[in-house]
Design a binder for this molecule. Sequence first.
Ligand code: ADP
Ligand code: MG
Length: 682
Amino acid sequence: MQLDSSIRYISGIGETRAKAFEKAGVFTVRDLLEYFPRRYENRGEICKLFDLPDGETASVVVRIDSAPREGRGKSGKYYVRASASDDTGTLYMTFFNQKWIAKSLSPGRVFRVYGKINMGQYGRDTVNPVLEPYIPGMKGIYPVYPLSGTLTQTLVAKAVSQALPLAEEIQDVLPEELMRQFALIPKSSAVRAMHSPGDEKEIAEATRTLAFEELTVFQLALRRMRSGRDDRAAHALSQKGTGVRTFFQNLPFPLTGAQQRAVKDIFADMQRPVPMMRLVQGDVGSGKTVLSVAAAYLCARNGYQSAVMAPTEILAKQHFSTFEKMLSQYGINVLLITGSMTAAQKKNARAAIADGTADVIIGTNAVIQGGVEFKNLALAVTDEQHRFGVMQRSALVGKGADGKTPHTLVMSATPIPRTLSLILYGDLDISILDERPPGRQKVVTRAVSAASRTEIYSFLDSEKRKGHQIFVVCPLVEESELTEAESATERFESIQKELPSFRCGLLHGKMKQKEKDEVMERFRTHELDLLVSTTVIEVGVDVPNATVMVVENAERFGLSTLHQLRGRIGRGSQKSYCILIYGSDSERSRERLETMCRTDDGFEIARTDLKLRGPGDFFGERQSGELRFKVANGADMPLVEQTRAAVDVILENGLLEREDYSALRAATEKLWQDNLRKNTLN
Ligand code: ADP
Ligand code: MG
């Protein structure tokens, strides 16, 4: 067996199990070794029963008191029950469907018991804990692997332990120079420690080393892409004689300073013969749309087509009417193409796109990327709202005119702290809209305990009487609890009971796109007063009549998500309210919610989020599809900044050409080829 052997060489992995691993992206022994634990259980820290708070997951060392009892529960489930004690209390243990365990529970034996320990009526109790014969000095830290399909912890752990000796053969990607400078350990040791750590310090050291490598390779590949762009040609558009001054004068409002700066950036890019790759970051409502209208105007006036892609059909329609209003007066032909059009309509639209009758084409990502033949495309705009799932694909929209690459403009409504933007978007130029157009009202935001539900409902009732509409968003759900969809469904049912006069709708991710669109449409047209949903509404729709956003278990959401949710309201002229209901009252979650009450500046909120939760969540946003960090999500900001500094030094001094950097160069090239390149270039 070698690192690049198939996992089928591992004993115990046959065809079926191999398939399960393959689904999780594990094909070779090397992949398996890089299938890192999601977290660790520290069973080594032994607690006393008396000291444990109710519901704590912990290890105790206990002696079995008497012979166990066996039986069947009401549901017919077989159980074994035993009591055991340490010198501070008694623990009642119940094991379901583990018949073999009864034999080992003989009185007097001492076990280390790891599990969730509750405060019961007669003493402590626990269900299905991990039971191990106690040996002083026994191993304490256990990896917990991410599971999918039919994979189990035992299966993964066993396979990994067989592969582990081969970790020795893993070569370093980072050159010795960097490893020394940043006090990193050899990759082989890091990989071994991830799976079989001696203590917490080893895990931290290993994570740091692997995250350093991952972030460094990622940034080098992004920058590689950026430099690759200069090798491609784009249409250099001209501003001369296009009447852009008139265009801006005719807008219904003067641009803000931030918008003016962004337009300047965009126009400067589009006048160069290399493709623009620009990201505009600005809060919801910061006025990004008009920037894309201006870009499309310039493009059309130069005789080329532009494509504007939106994540949903509703948004595409919204954009269509905005673009029409601002462009049709110049004889620019705006066309909408969506999935719900009839085959004949689509055919007509396709023809107009192909023969150049349509100047500006607006549609969903799915439709436009699903295959539209342009006559002469020179600009592709992607409106990501705030998900980046497809941003890399924007340039995929066919070949530009004459085989040239279209200019690309990506608009994102997720404010990201600048330090992180530079790292995550090293392939793009960035314009920031940090100034709101005048006139938008601030949404009144309150953090309220779940105990005040009665008052909350009576407030909702008074808003409904004013003819206003309400969003209720249900929490992200942690492992092993209800799914998001279930939690939303539950809330939907209880609200219908509590507020019988409300016309309520339900929206969650398990529903079909068509059903979702229907419910959304009914809410938009005010056939519904209240919409209970999961975070699917983040990708947003304008319902100016909605004045209240209620977020359940708000402490479970990231600040940036809460900010996005709040952005759904306050779009009309009425006063609007965001009610953040918290179920837990830990200091940290309160501090986070306080931030929401204090400010509505998305960039400030993102900075606070970064400070409180670290950069991991932001990394999730940028990645998509095959490109996922394995360990970097756990990196802290100082490490992230160190990698950025290292990348700068490497590129400024051309170090990748050096022999000792050849492994790093190869890894960069591989990431670029495997992931970034095929998603970005034609
Ligand atoms: P975003 O896409 O960034 O969320 P929009 O482009 O949809 O924001 O703009 C939000 C609202 O603000 C729209 O109604 C738009 O017409 C308006 N708007 C944009 N720029 C300005 C401005 N400079 N002055 C006044 N209103 C503006
Ligand atoms: Mg927008």
